[in-house]
Design a protein around this ligand. Structure first.
Ligand SMILES: [Zn+2]
Length: 834
């Protein structure tokens, strides 16, 4: 879900008013495949090689200077110039707009503002960039030599924006009426630069993205390829991002699963077009599934299933896209019925009776995150059990959900979503089933008798399996390891799994509001990763293990506890991530932080000491350095989302969005609770969690955002409705200070109380002092609970102080016997340990 949200922003270009409407051209390729081939493999034009001097390309916050050198344009496509290669002396300057983005740029480049000289540059564009450069060009003498030297490089780089440019250039194709269709382009500029200090890197300006300007670099580290995003943002004054113009309202999928590897499917999707004008729509689909045919309203349509890796941004991590080119521009409010037929080897057998479906997030054509209705029918062999999202619906009288196919060889099961859901998934294995209940909700656990071939031997050291767990996460195969007897048995543990999930659903329903579906199925999945889907959890084999089996694996005490939390974490995603979605990559921390904090809340109820141990472990993780001596917290704030995974911090996303994200929700919960207690001291603290303001807010979010996405700002607006007076910063009924200081910041300060004096006047005791925030930015605002130590080693809460910057004076009433001041003794704030 997260990656595609950014990458596919370009699929639905708003029909905004940009210059350069398409003009008919006789040289235009006349078919989709010929046009795509031309865009994808365009070479340099030997007739257009120039000497360039003093040219500049300007975009908001970005300047690219071509001081002196040679430049050749690419050959035209449909009468337009779309690329150029430069060799010489150039300089790029890029200015991020805020501290977080400057910090990110500094982490990767050593510069808070990018100023880098480059020696070569390849530009791809769809606007008037060629005309802008023209006045600075004079004919070059060594044209042939230049072409010979750089044409191959240009050809290789031309492939990077193939599908992005096809979205625009498909408007030059003949329409079903015989004409070309007019179309405005969103101006793209993609520069591949070879920096003198920084090596090869990319800078992109593309207003089709919500964040039009970004820069980044592919980098190998320890044998793994990363794409480091240096910075990404919308410059001040940018137009609003384009509105998503197409949404899928209905899926009807007929799939046949042939273990161990093959899936064959036909999928009908109903697409609703908003304002129209597109010739091309991009769909996500695993590259391992080969599309055989696509029909629109019963008629075949052209499509391109990109065989190569597309270059732009995060999309590079898995370019699983299909471009569907329509015979004419789509009309406003058009309803399309598309039919896809495809097949491929997307499954693999991870162990006896245990399948592993790689790239499963894109096993049907989809885009965006809008919830839709799913009706899915599976055909599969008799000896397997299949569990999918939705409610099993019997085709015939007999077994619920499953019937035998007419020919008697296959099982058939049909699954219909109870409400619109953002994604659909399935899992199959030779399972043993266990069942528990949480009120009216049926909770099922499905485990196989064995574990995957890759499962570690009993004496192996195992890393904690708390790993990304949303359905959109791509999975990576696991290296096989020899199994040592006796193997653990998830089937034996299935009842305990169902019971624990049922317990979590009971608590979460009280805290967050009703569970959204009739049932939850937890199915065993090979590997360390778990994933939550609507009404369905793929649960890592590790999370099925009994305490005894875990002991055999020598999981450390805290790691084991985290491991046990995985099933609760995934259950919490039913509310946070699957029912309430996140808005874009900057908001994904909400889903992970909340699901993880929910699982810790369960732990707090059962074992407060372990709850503290986990929070302390997170704190020490967040205060750690990598092997190069870089602080993890310098990877960036939670709002960087998947960008946090980089060559510097390969697990940065997990560590920061889960661990800092969990701390942020703990801070929010405790400061709302403590500040409310301070204003209603006679009432005292709430007797149950669900009475706390934090949970009142969460239930409002559950109600208002069910089936919708929520942004970080929207989340805070809801909590502001519960905001007690002591948390109003500068008399504003707002949490902007928490957003700026803590959510969009990276600080982990140290808090100290200085100059503390107790004063007695007319029998009333007050205490004054100064709260000092160390190792913190000058504008850090923190809600600090202040306590007094009382005789007998008890603590009395005095009040909540908003510490602002390095020193903040406070003045609070205190009990007569108070003798000492303690700041946040219960460690509710993410600070350095005392
Ligand atoms: Zn998760």
């Amino acid at each position: 879900m997260k990656r595609q949200t950014i990458a596919l922003a370009c699929c639905f270009l708003a029909a905004a008013a940009y210059a350069h409407a398409a003009e008919p051209s006789p040289q235009c390729p006349q078919t989709t495949s010929a046009l795509y081939a031309r865009i994808h493999s365009i070479g340099l034009d030997p007739q257009r090689v120039y000497h360039v001097r003093g040219a500049t390309i300007d975009r908001p916050n970005l300047h690219i200077d071509f001081d002196d050198g040679t430049l050749a344009f690419t050959e035209d496509i449909c009468g337009r110039t779309t690329g150029a290669f430069f060799d010489g002396e150039g300089e790029v300057r890029l200015r991020p707009p805020n501290r977080a983005e400057r910090g990110s740029l500094a982490l990767f480049t050593g510069m808070a503002i990018l100023e880098e000289q480059f020696s070569t540059g390849y530009l791809r564009f769809n606007d008037d960039t060629a005309a802008v450069l023209q006045p600075f060009l004079t004919p070059a003498e060594d044209a042939a030599e230049f072409i010979k030297q750089w044409n191959d490089t240009s050809l290789a780089l031309a492939g990077f924006d193939g599908l992005r440019l096809l979205l625009d250039f498909s408007h030059f194709l003949p329409t079903s009426a015989g004409n070309e269709s007019a179309r405005n382009f969103q101006p793209l500029l993609h520069a591949h630069l070879l920096g003198k200090m920084l090596g090869g890197f990319e800078v992109v300006w593309d207003p089709a993205n919500a964040e039009p300007l970004w820069a980044g670099q592919p980098r190998m580290k320890d044998g793994n390829l990363f794409f480091d995003i240096w910075t990404s943002f919308a410059p001040a004054g940018s137009a609003a991002p384009p509105v998503v113009d197409a949404s899928i309202t209905n899926f009807r999928i007929r799939a046949s699963v042939e273990p161990p590897t093959r899936l064959r499917a036909s999928t009908d999707v109903n697409v609703h077009i908003l304002s129209g004008g597109e010739r091309t729509l991009l769909f996500e689909l695993s590259r391992y599934l080969k599309v055989e045919a696509i029909e629109s309203d019963g008629r075949p349509v052209d499509f391109i299933q990109n065989p190569a890796i597309e270059g732009s941004e995060l999309r590079r991590k898995g370019n699983d896209l299909v471009a569907v080119v329509f015979p004419a521009p789509l009309a406003p409010r058009q309803e399309l019925k598309l039919h896809f037929r495809y097949a491929g080897d997307v499954l693999s057998e991870a162990g006896k009776g245990l399948l592993y479906v790689g790239e499963r997030g894109t096993w049907y054509p989809n885009f965006g995150l809008s919830p839709a209705q799913f009706d899915i029918e599976f055909h599969y062999p008799q000896d397997w059990t299949l569990v999918a999202t939705g409610k099993p619906t019997s085709r015939a009288v007999g077994e619920v959900g499953e019937t035998n196919a007419d020919d008697g060889t296959d099982k058939v099961s049909r699954w219909v979503s109870e409400r619109p859901i953002p994604v659909a998934g399935f899992n199959l294995g030779k399972y043993v089933r266990a069942e528990a209940r949480a009120g009216n909700v049926v909770v099922e656990a499905y485990g196989t008798k064995g574990v995957e071939k890759s499962f570690p031997k009993a004496q192996d050291e195992v890393v904690s399996p708390i790993l990304p767990s949303n359905p959109r996460q791509r999975l990576s195969p696991i290296d096989p390891v020899v199994v040592s007897p006796p193997p653990p048995s998830p089937a034996r543990d299935a009842q305990a799994v169902a019971d624990r999930a049922a317990l979590a659903i009971t608590s979460f329903s009280q805290w967050f509001g009703p569970y959204p579906y009739d049932s939850l199925a937890l199915t065993q999945m090979p590997g360390l990763m778990s994933q939550g889907w609507p009404g369905l959890v793929f649960l890592s084999s590790f999370a099925f293990l009994s305490p005894h089996e875990q002991a055999d694996l020598h999981l450390g005490a805290v790691a084991r506890e985290i491991d046990n939390q995985v099933l609760v974490h995934e259950t919490a995603h039913q509310w946070w991530g699957d029912l309430v979605l996140w808005n874009n990559y900057r908001d994904q921390w909400i889903s992970e932080g909340l699901a993880n904090y929910a699982s810790l809340l369960m732990l707090e109820q059962q074992n407060p000491v372990q709850f503290r141990q986990v929070l302390d472990k997170y704190r020490s993780d967040l205060l750690s350095k990598n092997n190069e001596g870089e602080w993890l917290r310098d990877a960036g704030p939670v709002t960087f989302g998947q960008r946090l995974d980089s060559s510097h911090f390969p697990n940065g996303y997990d560590e920061i969005s889960y661990e800092r994200g969990t701390w942020l929700f703990h801070m929010l919960r405790t400061m709302l609770r403590d500040a409310e207690a301070a204003t209603h001291s006679q009432k005292g603290r709430p007797h149950s969690l669900s009475e706390e303001p934090f949970f009142r807010g969460l239930r409002k979010i559950r109600e208002r955002y069910a089936g919708k996405s929520i942004s970080t700002q929207e989340l805070l607006r809801v909590f502001e409705e519960e905001l007690p007076r002591p948390l109003w910063y500068e008399n504003h009924h707002k949490l902007d200070w928490f957003l700026k200081s803590w959510i969009e910041g990276t600080a982990i300060p140290r808090l100290e109380a200085h100059e503390v004096h107790f004063n007695e006047k007319n029998g009333v005791t007050t205490v004054t002092g100064v709260i000092v925030q160390k190792d913190a930015p000058n504008d850090l605002v923190t809600a600090v609970p202040v306590y007094a130590a009382m005789p007998g080693n008890t603590l009395t809460f005095l009040g909540e102080v908003l510490a602002d910057g390095q020193e903040t004076a406070f003045h609070l009433p205190a009990p007569h016997a108070a003798r000492k001041i303690l700041l946040d003794p219960r460690q509710t704030i993410l600070t350095k340990a005392k």
